[in-house]
Design a protein around this ligand. Structure first.
Ligand SMILES: NC(=O)c1ccc[n+]([C@@H]2O[C@H](COP(=O)([O-])OP(=O)(O)OC[C@H]3O[C@@H](n4cnc5c(N)ncnc54)[C@H](O)[C@@H]3O)[C@@H](O)[C@H]2O)c1
Ligand SMILES: [Zn+2]
Length: 377
């Protein structure tokens, strides 16, 4: 990875999905151009901005001003912040508000927020009038590198996360890296786990670059735009080759089977954020790969050292309040990925940047590995 240049022009990452192709535009301060960009794409469209209460306080005014300056009408739909808004009740509120705002075919829904708002507003856009166009203005690092790319939208069921939803691609993603300046440090750091994930799963040169440049990604210099652009390019490439997750897209789940089990064990609470669980999960995936002889200890130590150096949890003992016991953990792992005749599917690695799907992992082997980890925690 070469050193990032200071980009006078925004970086544009195209997501090449035929008729559903769109651009991810990345730049510091880009929200000021929101209206101009929308006007160029959909002249004459009205807009409804879906956002959460926290993001509304910080950034709704800037979005509204940018639209107004371009002569675009907008109405705001503000929902409570947090995962709880990915519910049937809030989905209903948002759909009804979009209809009440007279947003019709040819108009636009704008999702202004993190992954929760992107998933919720995207699903509402997919549903109202059997499909409205939508634009994502992502305001968390996680949303900028992950949830705004690829078109998965949806809400949660009482049976589990993201069980009700649709594939619905946005027509434009506006990624203003300055919006991340107001994000709590812990949220930023959790999103960084997904940044590191792209390096660890398929882009060794990017991982090496991150080891040298992560401080500037955090502090908000040009390295931040560069890192976000690389993540978007990597994910867009995977999504373009496997939009519906029949194969390669599963690699994006590196660290997520172990991670989801730990996240569920913490009750999806503030005790362990998604990205924190993913950091731990990736370390476990590397350690497990080392135990199976797929990689040397040096590679797993390298993954762990980098994640630890940015302040992410990398040991089970780092989870405040502890983790469930082995039986409960194995139940959670089995829930996340179906067990077929005692076999589990995991994303494992043959090196930094060399992840692969392994469908034939024995549950007994995972159990022995996790039991060792728990006893040394
Ligand atoms: N669709 C996908 O492909 C995909 C991929 C990964 C995750 N997700 C989903 O994304 C969700 C998590 O997303 P998230 O981590 O962005 O959570 P989030 O949207 O809840 O945002 C995290 C918190 O940060 C606040 N916030 C957002 N932007 C801010 C800003 N600029 N300044 C200050 N505060 C700000 C929010 O109000 C919220 O409290 C989960 O529901 C997950 O299922 C979806
Ligand atoms: Zn994730």
């Amino acid at each position: 990875m070469t050193a990032p240049l200071r980009h006078a022009e925004p970086i544009v990452v195209p997501v090449t999905l035929g008729a559903r192709a769109y651009d991810i535009v990345i730049s510091r301060g880009l929200i000021a151009c929101l209206g101009e960009r929308i006007k160029a794409l959909r002249p004459g469209a009205k807009t409804a901005i879906v956002t959460d209460a926290t993001v509304a306080k910080r950034h709704l005014g800037a979005a509204e001003n940018a639209l107004k300056a371009a002569g675009i009408k907008s109405s705001a739909i503000v929902v409570p912040e947090g995962e709880g808004s990915k519910s049937y009740a809030t989905f209903e509120t948002v759909c009804e508000a979009i209809i009440a705002a007279r947003i019709e075919r040819g108009d636009l829904v704008i999702a202004l927020g993190g992954g929760v708002i992107g998933d919720l507003a995207g699903f509402a856009a997919a549903s109202v009038r059997r499909g409205l166009d939508f634009v994502q203005v992502s305001t968390t690092l996680l949303a900028q590198v992950d949830s705004s790319v690829g078109g998965k939208t949806g809400i949660n069921s009482r049976h589990g996360k993201n069980l009700v939803g649709a594939f619905h691609q946005p027509i434009l993603v506006i990624t203003d890296t300055a919006l991340l300046d107001t994000l709590p440090q812990r949220e930023f750091r959790a999103g960084y786990a997904e940044v590191a994930k792209y390096g660890l799963l398929g882009d060794a040169a990017f991982f090496t670059w991150l080891e040298a440049n992560w401080q500037e990604v955090f502090s908000g210099g040009p390295a931040r735009e560069h890192a976000i652009a690389v993540c978007c390019r990597d994910k867009a490439g995977i999504v373009a080759r496997d939009e519906r997750e029949t194969g390669e897209r599963a690699l994006l789940n590196l660290g997520h089977t172990f991670g989801h089990a730990l996240e569920a064990g913490a009750g999806f609470s503030g005790r362990l954020l998604h990205g924190e669980a993913v950091a731990l999960g990736m370390v476990l995936a590397f350690d497990f790969s080392a135990r199976k002889g797929l990689i040397g200890e040096a590679d797993s130590a390298r993954a762990r050292t980098h994640l630890a150096s940015v302040g992410l949890p990398t040991h089970l003992k780092d989870v405040p309040g502890g983790v469930p016991g082995i039986d409960a953990l194995m139940d959670l792992i089995a829930q996340d990925k179906k067990v077929k005749r005692g076999k589990l599917t995991f994303i494992l690695v043959r090196g930094i940047g060399q992840a692969f799907v392994e469908n034939d992992v024995s549950a007994a082997e995972v159990r022995a590995f996790m039991a060792d980890k728990l006893s040394s925690a």
